[in-house]
Write a protein that binds this ligand. Structure first.
Ligand code: HEC
Length: 134
């Protein structure tokens, strides 16, 4: 006789697999993105594409965790003179100005980056930087 039924063991594995893959979606979060706003999520993707090349490795650029509320040029990194001598604390306004026009805002800095024209992109990046600063 042909058996079209799954054995109980296989069946329970299928159910287990289905549950494991559906649960995170139901909970609406994953390990990394816990508590992230939509803007911060978009910012995370933009950061991965435009900033992480340098800011992922401490040798290439200063780490940006905690950047919002941190004095400019404050971590252990061989900063340019422009950043070493900067006397301000990064907040939404200074970060926005810097991201739009890094070299006009902080002449002489050595970040090889032209700046971002699109305001929404800047806002999303800021939301992400705020997220990794909390
Ligand atoms: C080509 C490499 C590179 C890229 C791409 C880059 N950065 Fe930087 N960034 C640097 C370097 C190098 C410095 C330190 C510059 C200096 O000392 O003058 C820096 C400095 C900074 C600082 C000041 C940090 C501090 O401790 O005061 C901020 C904020 C910053 N970057 C944000 C960003 C963001 C956001 C992006 C993506 C939109 C980005 N950077 C893209 C290399 C890069």
């Amino acid at each position: 006789m042909k058996n079209n039924h799954y054995s109980p063991v296989i069946l329970s594995r299928i159910i287990l697999l289905a549950t494991v893959s559906v649960l995170p979606a139901l909970a609406g979060c994953d390990e990394i993105g816990v508590g992230m706003s939509e803007a911060a999520r978009r910012g995370e993707t933009i950061f991965a594409g435009q900033c992480a090349t340098c800011h992922r490795t401490a040798a290439a650029a200063p780490p940006l965790e905690g950047i919002v509320g941190r004095p400019a040029g404050a971590v252990d990194y061989p900063y340019s003179r422009a950043l070493r001598e900067a006397r301000f604390t990064w907040d939404a306004a200074t970060l926005e100005a810097f991201l739009v026009a890094p070299h006009d805002t902080l002449p002489g800095n050595q970040m090889a980056f032209y700046g971002i024209e699109d305001r929404q992109t800047v806002a999303d990046l800021l939301a992400y930087l705020e997220h990794i600063s909390n």
